[in-house]
Design a protein around this ligand. Sequence first.
Ligand SMILES: [Zn+2]
Length: 275
Amino acid sequence: MDHIYRALPPQFTAHVQTAAQRGVLSHAIILTGQGDLTAGAKYIAMAMECEGAEPPCGACLPCRKTAGDIHPDVTFVRDEAHKNLSMDVIRALRADAFLLPNEGQRKVYIFPDCSLLEPKVQNLLLKVLEEGPSRAAFLFCAANSSVLLPTIRSRCILLHLEGEEAAAELSPQAEELLQLLARRDKTGVAVCLLRLEQSKLKREELQALTGQVRDALAHALTAYYRGQRPGLTALGPKRMMALCDVLGRTQRQLRSNLNVGQTCGGLSVELTALL
Ligand SMILES: [Zn+2]
């Protein structure tokens, strides 16, 4: 998957993943807050078009096409001829929304800058939101959601993309594992996980621990791409991503796998192989 999505706040991507995997991703979303809202909208579009088992997988063809801006059913609503979006663009969108998707599951319309939507245009858009087919989805990027009319806002869910959120609190065990990973201490990581296994850790506790370490790494990675340099960047972005993947996958597997010992063992093998 493209680096830009890795740099999205982990709380945001986790929220989108959970909603997508439960099949409850809203068809009308206002994306607000600081950070790269367009990248956030593309991430949601990927989740909507993904054909992988855990959307957005980032690996299937629809995910890759969306990431590369070449998915025929994911449209950035722009108006090259005018400063603000014209009524004609919305009328064309309305007609398009009623056509069947070309190849995807949904037709997704991304509005990269809602400050370009005048009230009369928003009123026209409201009709599409209300009457459009269920397979049409609308993603509004608005640093300040008040640029949208209350009638539009009331039909959308509001999703915050908080770019500057502090890293989550770490438990002492999660902090220890994180520090060992940061030092690339293979033996230390293996010993730490063995100790956790022998301490008869509960499944929920291991799930929380892997989640905390993953979030801390993802947060450090976000900072890395912003040009900041927190301590964990000694690991390098590729290794950080790979570690995030392993921890995220383990966390998900723990939802159904009851065997904590086996999971600790597997995690130990996978993590040390990456260091
Ligand atoms: Zn996918």
